[in-house]
Design a protein around this ligand. Structure first.
Ligand SMILES: NC(=O)c1ccc[n+]([C@@H]2O[C@H](COP(=O)([O-])OP(=O)(O)OC[C@H]3O[C@@H](n4cnc5c(N)ncnc54)[C@H](O)[C@@H]3O)[C@@H](O)[C@H]2O)c1
Length: 448
């Protein structure tokens, strides 16, 4: 390593160790806010950037808008200097800027990088020498090098360039994927190894030094593209395996076999098997979306990602499978779906979280309504729901006490605070898509 590189790294590490380093996190959502709190716990003064004025105001008042983050945690962070802002001019004061903005798909099912490019364009005029910029948003391999770096360079009036090696001066860039599993309390956030791919060895070292303060293990990879691909491999692995058990579930239902019993038995094999569970369809910001970032990019290389496409097809069909089962269960009781009152239990895409994004519940509600059912929902995490990106619900949560008034209750999200024995006792008919009623014996239950 040259004298310059030793100098840059040495000064940076010193600032990190003394906690004088200023860390800016762009995007105060499900990823950015917990990350900000983690750095705050390590006594860094964090600045959270967000374009959503409501979020900025709530955080600066010491409040939270994410159910699992308490206002006490935000207050504690404020004591360590945490503040939120929409003012990008403050980017210049940061030593590290970590970007955690959304990466959805557009209406043509293609990557929508507009949040990333919007952020990068907005911050580029304020970049300064020696700063480290890290992208955490999930994206296709090549984004950091092909999209982020050029925009940072173009937007910088001082003519700053990326510093790729020890001799160069400029700013540093890295990619490090977020691996959070919302609602999973079994692994502490700092115990999740952090994969880091820098644009060059100095960026790699700087990013590893910064993350090393909050993560117990850093996993360096040779490039940002390798880090971007790592995240996609993890999510595609989940997506494909969930599709496999979803397909087997449909076969098992037809064959009269309990797929959950089969998975529990298979899980006892001490090697070579990892359990995945079927459900009503995929939800969340990751698994239903991220694989298609890769299939889109693969086309540039004249390559078809067949596993991703097939898994997407199977998983997308699951809400239809649920609705068919509701229809069949009602018909067994001599009732038609048209005009039936159906209570959907659980709106969020998975247990015990307050996140609706891509939730299969929303699709199931829409499909049921399209077939003439009178649908209401109950979810302890959502007192009411308005309009989302795709759906206009404008509904309020129906109290569970009213469950007996419905022709059918459909368990779509298995929140742990539900009393399933009571639900089965009070309901006329229960369609269970999650095996939440496991162990409860009743002719009223249809598991699918
Ligand atoms: N939620 C998860 O569990 C999870 C897990 C792993 C990876 N990821 C990835 O992390 C990224 C962020 O996801 P999220 O769930 O935190 O999204 P989110 O929607 O909860 O939060 C994103 C935040 O960014 C803000 N934002 C958008 N454009 C901005 C801009 N130009 N400047 C400043 N702020 C801006 C939004 O207002 C919002 O508050 C995505 O790429 C996602 O795929 C998410």
């Amino acid at each position: 390593m040259t004298v310059l590189a030793v100098d840059v790294l040495g000064r940076f590490k010193q600032k990190i160790e003394s906690r004088e380093a200023r860390i800016g996190i762009v995007g105060m959502g499900y990823v950015g806010l917990p990350l900000a709190l983690l750095f705050s716990e390590e006594r860094f003064a964090i600045t959270g950037f967000d374009i959503d004025a409501h979020k900025v105001e709530t955080l600066n008042k010491g409040g939270s808008y994410i159910a699992r983050i308490t206002s006490e945690e935000v207050n504690m962070a404020q004591k360590n200097g945490f503040q939120a802002t929409a003012d990008y001019t403050q980017i210049g004061q940061m030593d590290v800027v970590i970007i955690c903005v959304p990466t959805p798909l557009n209406e043509h099912h293609e990557p929508d990088l507009s949040y990333v490019t919007g952020t990068v364009k907005a911050m580029s005029p304020y970049l300064r020498e020696g700063q480290l910029v890290i992208l955490e948003s999930t994206t296709y391999p090549g984004t950091t090098e092909e999209v982020v770096v050029p925009l940072l360079e173009q937007g910088n009036s001082a003519g700053l360039r990326i510093a790729r090696d020890a001799e160069a001066s400029g700013f540093y860039v890295a990619f490090s994927p977020e691996r959070e599993d919302p609602g999973n309390d079994t692994v502490a956030r700092r115990d999740i190894p952090k994969v880091v791919g820098g644009c060059g060895p100095v960026a790699q070292d700087l990013a590893s030094a910064a993350y090393g303060t909050i993560f117990n293990r850093i996993v360096p990879v040779s490039s940002p593209a390798a880090a971007e691909m790592t995240k996609l491999l993890e999510n595609i692995y989940r997506c494909v395996n969930i599709a496999l058990v979803n397909e087997l579930k449909q076969l098992c239902v037809r064959m009269g076999i309990d797929v959950w019993e089969v998975i529990e038995a298979a899980k006892t094999k001490p090697f070579g098997f990892h359990a995945f569970y079927p459900g009503p369809g995929l939800g969340g910001h990751c698994i239903p979306i991220d694989p298609f970032y890769l299939s889109w990019k693969a086309k540039e290389f004249d390559f078809r990602t067949r596993f991703i496409e097939l898994a997407g097809e199977v998983n997308n069909d699951m809400p239809y499978f649920v609705v068919e089962n509701v229809m069949e269960a009602l018909s067994q009781q001599g009732k038609a779906l048209k005009g039936a009152r159906v209570l959907v239990l659980g709106l969020s895409y998975k247990r015990d979280i307050d996140d609706l994004r891509e939730s299969p519940s929303l699709t199931i509600i829409e499909l049921l309504q399209n077939r003439g059912a009178l649908v209401e929902y109950n979810d302890p995490f959502f007192a009411s729901v308005g309009r989302g990106r795709k759906y206009v619900l404008n509904m309020s949560s129906t109290p569970l006490e009213k469950i007996g008034e419905f022709d059918c209750a459909v368990i779509v999200t298995d929140h742990s605070q539900y009393d399933y024995a009571k639900i089965v006792e009070d309901a006329k008919l229960v369609v269970d898509t999650r095996n939440a009623t496991k162990g409860i014996k009743s002719a009223k239950i249809v598991r699918c």
